[in-house]
Design a protein around this ligand. Structure first.
Ligand code: MF3
Ligand code: CO
Ligand code: CO
Length: 296
């Protein structure tokens, strides 16, 4: 685990606020692609609680997670100044379909696009639109695919052109927090151990951890009832078990951990307008620790 030295580093810049852009029409999914139950009406009909997977399900889960990682890897190459998040959405949409999968976010509770693109002070659930990325921005690309009846979910934050040292520090520490959270996974430990690994590391570098959103159980459902806090939450007493599959996806902020939502009903921004970064993997609890499933 590579650690950014805990030294005095400039705080991330506060750039002009991200403004709401124009959202293009919904993209189509060909009929031969298997769809989740919410694809037409927006509400998941079935809810599949977290439970150990059969060998066959685990195989399908590995396949879906690997595909999600491939899509993320592919679209990350597009990140540069001048590219709109809508262009990234089109590329992600095409990549899911090429792999035989459905874009899990598309019409999930009515969400209009095929991934989330969260720029600067946008914490999560940013909707791709016609805003071009600017030199100095940071952008999280959050990719989820539904393939072989399973959802695979991962995200990473990327620098657009040259970013300031404070933003680079925020991004690096957030990546480390994901690594530390994963390293804390072990059967028999309470879920609280994950936040206990993440929050002090963020704090040591002067950053806060968002509390409103956490990781989640995943599989046949996009989000199961299993909630994974990224801060030290004493309520997270449930024990991890070998065979469980869930995401860890810490969101760190340069200022307050408080967030607010835009009136589009989706976009989550920091309450103070300071920048936020996020990284996410879907992981499997093994007998000895965790295995990252969202790798290419
Ligand atoms: N991929 C996000 C997560 O990590 C969820 C996005 S749901 C959406 O849980 F509806 F906002 F797209
Ligand atoms: Co995600
Ligand atoms: Co997730």
């Amino acid at each position: 685990m590579h650690d950014v030295a805990a030294r005095e580093v400039a705080q991330p810049v506060v750039s002009d606020p991200v403004l709401k852009g124009r959202v293009s029409p919904r993209l189509a999914v060909p009929a031969h692609i298997r769809r989740p139950d919410y694809a037409e009406r927006g509400r998941p009909r079935g809810f599949h609680p977290s439970r150990p997977f059969t060998d066959g399900e685990l195989l399908r889960m590995r396949h879906a997670c690997r595909a999600a990682a491939k899509v993320l890897d592919e679209i990350s190459a597009l990140v540069r100044p001048g590219v709109t998040t809508d262009v990234i959405d089109e590329a992600a949409h095409a990549a899911y379909l090429r792999l035989g999968g459905y874009p899990s976010t598309l019409n999930y509770h009515g969400y209009p696009k095929s991934l989330c693109t969260s720029v600067n002070e946008v914490v999560c659930h940013g909707i791709p639109d016609d805003r071009p990325l600017h030199d100095g921005d940071i952008v999280n690309l959050d990719v989820t695919i539904y393939l072989d009846g399973m959802h695979g979910d991962c995200s990473a934050t990327y620098a657009v052109g040259d970013i300031d040292p404070g933003s680079a520090h925020l991004v690096a520490v957030t990546r480390e927090c994901l690594e530390r959270g994963i390293a804390a996974v072990r059967p028999g430990r309470p879920f609280r151990a994950i936040g206990q690994a993440i929050e002090p590391h963020a704090a040591r570098h002067g950053f806060n951890v968002v509390r409103r959103y956490g990781g989640h159980g995943i599989g046949r459902s996009f989000h199961t009832e299993l909630h994974v806090p990224h801060h030290d939450d004493p309520r997270a007493t449930r024990l991890m078990e070998a065979g469980m599959v869930f995401t860890i996806e810490p969101m760190l902020t340069a200022g307050t951990f408080s967030v607010r939502e835009w009136d589009d009903g989706w976009t989550v921004v920091t309450a103070d307008g300071k920048r936020s970064a996020q990284f996410e993997h879907t992981i499997l609890v093994t007998e000895t620790g965790a295995e990252i499933l969202t790798i290419t």
